[in-house]
Design a protein around this ligand. Structure first.
Ligand code: HEC
Ligand code: HEC
Length: 363
């Protein structure tokens, strides 16, 4: 009996010790596995010479490379996760020192499509960037996101990575080195491949392919979206679910703590106005809005149904003729149909496409 107790005691203490060791950060660091890449470069299907595949591949590798952050802890993919359509599944994302971003991460998708009338589509919630290539240096230098504000140091660090020279030579020629321009253009060409045109909505409604026809419930949802509730006044589904060139205040609050577009224009009528998000893959990109305040699509619909707060900048499209803010009073049945319709904009191939996945293997 005594022996039995002793044995259990020993087991208990060993487990405690193991848990202690495993939760010790120092030890965990030594557990980090070494990453490597396959030498072979896949075909990205753009029908161009092999160097283009190599450039895109370089961009993909760098998208997943944590050395882009100052302490090698965060890559672009940390906040733009393939399994949630290249958005993040938290309201605000932790950057390189676990400090949180000011806004909700945006799904990376459909970046080849311009704004209305071929103007470039504004990027970020406040549209402060138009050019994807120059955008790429912004998260890297950002003091919350990746913290690498010295470009020379960044490039030197990346050029020292064991696999990089081989990849850069294949993409840009023998004796060539990585520079900021090559980093940005190769990453931009990778990101521009991420399109959502395989959703059932796109195949059926935009491309007219019969076998992808939407269900009666989804079609009813589309009807409600376009006619009854006029969601497409802002989220225009005829151009594929996005209409990115406007900045709109939808009355999320009376006094916006985040000034949004006004930070860029200094115009008081832009206070609390934000980009109209592309609703593709929206079923996967919870939580919602620029600050991730709503956990579900149902909560989003509750906002439009009875939650619009009055402030001087609320869009006239969300006001009644007498100037009061609209209450759409969406019934439960209509809610389900709207959500079914929004779900039809999900392109699951984005989540599983091996060409978009983390190219690193670990030993
Ligand atoms: C720590 C989290 C984090 C990291 C790391 C990060 N992002 Fe982001 N990303 C965000 C957030 C948050 C936003 C929205 C910011 C805003 O609108 O103010 C965003 C927005 C974007 C957008 C705008 C999309 C659109 O349609 O407007 C692109 C493109 C983008 N990020 C690409 C990248 C790339 C490329 C990298 C790596 C170089 C990267 N991000 C690293 C969090 C992150
Ligand atoms: C007056 C323009 C306007 C109308 C009408 C409108 N929206 Fe929006 N919608 C926006 C803007 C702008 C945002 C982002 C607001 C923010 O974060 O400040 C948004 C955000 C959303 C989001 C969250 C997306 C994300 O990725 O976070 C969903 C879902 C959505 N709207 C669905 C709808 C539906 C359904 C309707 C109709 C019932 C509708 N919207 C009507 C402008 C509009």
């Amino acid at each position: 009996m005594q022996y039995q107790i002793k044995k259990q005691w020993v087991v208990f203490v060993s487990i405690l010790a193991l848990v202690g060791v495993l939760s010790c950060n120092k030890y965990q660091k030594t557990l980090v596995k070494e990453q490597y890449l396959d030498a072979e470069i896949p075909s990205y299907g753009v029908g161009n010479p092999i160097t283009v595949d190599a450039q895109i591949h370089l961009g993909r590798v760098l998208f997943y490379e944590k050395s882009l952050s100052v302490n090698n802890s965060v890559s672009c993919a940390s906040c733009h996760k393939q399994q949630v359509a290249f958005a993040d599944n938290v309201a605000l994302s932790p950057g390189f020192e676990n400090r949180l971003t000011k806004r909700n991460s945006i799904a990376i998708q459909n970046l080849t499509f311009g704004g209305v009338f071929f103007e470039p589509a504004p990027l970020f919630w406040d549209g402060r960037e138009f050019d994807l290539t120059s955008l790429i240096s912004k998260p890297i230098a950002n003091h919350i996101e990746m913290g690498m504000d010295n470009e020379e140091q960044l490039i030197a660090k990346l050029n020292a990575l064991p696999y990089i020279q081989d990849l850069v030579h294949k993409a840009y020629g023998e004796n060539e080195k990585l520079d900021m321009n090559r980093l940005s253009t190769s990453m931009a060409s990778f990101l521009m491949l991420i399109n959502t045109n395989k959703s059932r909505f796109d195949q059926s409604i935009i491309m007219g392919t019969k076998e992808f026809a939407l269900s009666p419930m989804e079609l009813r949802g589309q009807q409600l979206f376009q006619t009854t509730y006029q969601c497409n006044n802002c989220h225009n589904p005829t151009v594929g679910g996005y209409n990115n060139s406007q900045f709109i205040n939808i009355g999320l609050e009376v006094n916006s703590s985040d000034k949004g577009r006004m930070n860029i224009t200094n115009a008081s009528q832009d206070e609390g106005a934000f980009k109209v998000p592309d609703l593709h893959n929206v079923a996967l990109t919870a939580p919602y809005m620029r600050d991730g305040r709503f956990k579900t699509l149902s909560e989003v619909l509750d906002h439009y149904s009875h939650g619009i707060q009055d402030n001087k900048n609320v869009s006239p499209r969300l006001r009644n003729n007498d100037g009061s803010t609209k209450k759409l009073n969406i019934s439960d049945e209509d809610k389900s149909a709207l959500i079914a319709f929004l779900n039809s904009m999900t392109d699951y191939t984005v989540l599983t496409n091996p060409l978009f996945s983390n190219p690193f293997k670990y030993k």
